[in-house]
Design a protein around this ligand. Structure first.
Ligand SMILES: [Zn+2]
Length: 348
């Protein structure tokens, strides 16, 4: 790992809290929770006989998938063991500790509120936990953190609207709740057009908007996200297939949250040399680098910067530009952005 990359002040804009749970932490959580969740409208849960206690090695094996389905199974193994405010406080604090260790000074973190609702859990408890973790993390590590509430696209617009309502409610308690976005495995089963009203309501009520788009589906999904008013595009892997879309991304400087290791591990991108990151950068798209689910993809933000340098030959100065983008594209207030940008510029 290069010293430049390690010390460079960075922000991360596409990071899922549940995907940051390291094997040791999941093993610990698996000792806390072995009973199945109460029935939550999900037949599979009802039938399940109890959750196994996992060793660290077993979690590592679970994180060794080769496709999207394997990834979703791992994600499920994590979320079904996240129950109490204490669980959420623990994973938030540990995530912030790791961010600090890589000089990630600011992060905007997705919480899968849609999954919490679907499991029939009380979100107010979850929020109490993540906010406690954030408070301790900010104090101990000096990392700034904002929450983006994530809805699952294939649960449909009504479930997504509940997530917007939850975000608005929590925002009244804490300004750390900044935005709303849709994610989930199947862009085709939950195309952006379904969520027009949901996004309109989020925007009208002061939420900043993002969307996962163009990860598994084509450029039409990215167009859809832009038309919804998404201010940043999560992944945008397939945007290069549409010349007009590329022109729009450049001209409007719509930030794209690139997640290299994630795209490779889920199989959305066949090989690193097929990834459009360098093309995007060269034509002037505002790209940022991100981990998506760092524990599950066995990566870190500094590793992503290192991978970009190794695979595409980014110079240190180009990586500094990407780090600048990460603060520029954040949802921080202008004066905080400027403070961070000054740090990136002064860094040597
Ligand atoms: Zn994601």
């Amino acid at each position: 790992m290069s010293d430049f990359i390690h010390r460079l002040p960075k922000a991360e804009l596409h990071l899922h809290l549940e995907g940051s749970v390291e094997p040791a932490t999941l093993a610990e959580l698996s000792r806390r929770h072995t009973t199945p969740l109460p029935f939550s409208g999900n037949k599979y849960e009802q039938a399940s006989e109890g959750l196994p206690v996992l060793s660290e090695d077993e979690v590592r094996a679970l994180y060794q998938y080769k496709d999207f389905l394997g990834f979703l199974m791992a994600f499920k193994a994590v979320t079904e063991r996240l129950r109490t405010a204490d669980d959420y406080e623990l994973i938030t604090y540990r995530m912030m500790e790791r961010l600090r260790a890589q000089n990630v000074l600011h992060a905007e973190v997705y919480v899968s509120v849609g999954v919490v609702h679907w499991r029939g859990q009380e979100f107010s408890e979850v929020f109490r936990g993540i906010e406690a973790g954030r408070g301790h993390g900010e104090k101990d590590f000096g990392v700034s953190l904002l929450w983006i509430f994530d809805a699952v696209r294939h649960f449909g617009p009504d479930a997504a609207q509940r997530v917007v309502e939850e975000a608005v409610r929590c925002r009244e308690q804490s300004a750390s709740v900044i935005g709303f976005g849709i994610g989930g495995d199947d862009e085709r089963r939950g195309p952006p057009e379904l969520f027009r009203e949901v996004y309109r309501s989020g925007r009208e009520r002061g939420l900043r908007l993002t969307a996962h788009a163009g990860e598994a589906a084509g450029p039409e999904s990215v167009w859809g996200a832009i038309n919804l008013g998404a201010e940043r595009i999560g992944h945008g892997l397939n945007a290069w297939q549409d010349r007009e879309l590329m022109a729009a991304l450049v001209e409007r400087q719509i930030p794209v949250e690139i997640c290299l290791s994630s795209n490779l591990r889920t199989g959305c991108c066949a090989a690193a040399n097929k990834h459009p990151l360098k093309t995007y950068f060269d034509v002037g798209v505002m790209v940022t680098l991100n981990t998506d689910d760092p524990a599950m993809f066995e990566t870190s933000l500094e590793q992503e910067y290192g991978l970009a340098q190794k695979e595409f030959g980014f110079s240190d100065e180009q990586l500094r530009e990407i780090a600048r983008n990460s603060f520029e594209a954040s949802f921080l207030p202008a004066e905080k952005k400027l403070q961070f940008l000054d740090m990136v510029d002064a860094f040597s």
